[in-house]
Design a binder for this molecule. Structure first.
Ligand code: HSE
Length: 312
């Protein structure tokens, strides 16, 4: 029996994870987007409904991240039917939590389940990248890849991406605080300098290598020492009211590191489990001193990515 309807869930993501600008991200499973895909006799992709925490998104498939991603999947595979999508947003817009990527990923995973011969993950990644580009104006994979594959994910290359899931020490928890404000990814990318000081490149490279080595060897001290984005965070910090205080609050309570989640304004911290609650409370209080209410979560970085949760 052909599958005529499938719903997929794709988790939120922290991408980039500070030091790995545009290449390193991890899932944040406490929230995510759902997309339902149905076979349709009308050709192409149509979007019948957008609900959840964000409703004001384009219904035109080519201007919608999920719509564009599914369109790319259909163009490559020509299954002989069209697809109608319903999008249920669980991730706030302009939050730095990978919402556009999660919609694109959930869209292609749901649509893939309708195909008589489902396509491999790497093809879904490429299709979802087409969708993400609609929202951010640039092709980057540090939200798409973790949302699709799960866990902490490094992606090397854009035209021929290679994806590697990096082991996360089991003691690690991620504290994520989203101040209730909107920050456009295009704006947060637009302010970045195009050239970088050589000394900063050396420092950033050492930190990224040290961070990955610390993850592979369960060396929390190495992760702590390497957890410093010297290239991007200093440029973006001014876009987030109170960022320096929020970061200081997390580090003073024992966080291994704290940085901007993606393009912001969400801020994340890595820590060991016993420190998670004090760190969360201190970060939320620091935003409150700036007059900003926050949503906040603590989660382990599970290696589980997008998945079909319903099919008929
Ligand atoms: N890596 C991207 C950035 C993510 O930091 O601009 C934006 O969604």
């Amino acid at each position: 029996m052909p599958v005529t309807m499938a719903t997929a869930f794709a988790p939120a993501s922290v991408g980039n994870v500070g030091i790995g600008f545009d290449i390193l991200g991890h899932t944040f499973p406490a929230l995510g987007d759902r997309v339902r895909a149905r076979r349709s006799s009308a050709p192409g992709v149509s979007i019948s409904a957008i609900g959840g925490v964000v409703r004001d998104l384009p219904l035109e498939a080519a201007q919608n991240t999920a719509g564009m991603a599914v369109q790319a999947l259909l163009e490559a595979n020509r299954p002989g039917f069209g697809i109608e999508l319903e999008i249920d947003k669980g991730i706030p817009l302009g939050s730095g939590l990978g919402g556009s990527a999660a919609s694109a990923v959930a869209g292609v995973v749901a649509a893939n389940a309708l195909l008589d011969t489902p396509r491999p993950q790497l093809e879904l990644l490429r299709c979802a990248m087409r969708g993400e580009a609609v929202a951010s104006g640039a092709v980057h994979v540090d939200n798409i890849a973790p949302s699709l594959y799960g866990g902490l994910v490094l992606t090397v290359g854009i035209d021929h991406p290679r994806v590697k899931q990096i082991p996360v020490p089991p003691a690690i928890r991620c504290v994520l605080v989203h101040p209730r404000m909107f920050l456009a990814t295009r704006e947060a990318r637009g302010i970045l300098n195009r050239s970088v000081d050589l000394a900063d490149v050396v420092w950033q490279t050492a930190n990224l290598a040290g961070f990955l080595a610390g993850c592979y060897t369960n060396d929390l001290a190495m992760i702590r020492d390497a957890f410093e984005d010297v290239m991007i965070e200093p440029q973006r910090a001014r876009l987030i009211p109170g960022f320096a205080e929020v970061k200081r609050a997390a580090l003073e309570r024992g966080a291994l590191g704290c940085s901007i989640s993606g393009a912001g304004p969400s801020v994340f911290a890595w820590c060991e489990e016993p420190q998670a609650e004090p760190i969360r409370n201190a970060m939320v209080a620091a935003f409150a001193r700036e007059g900003l209410d926050s949503d906040h979560w603590v989660a382990a970085i599970a290696p589980e990515g997008a998945r079909v949760v319903e099919r008929q």
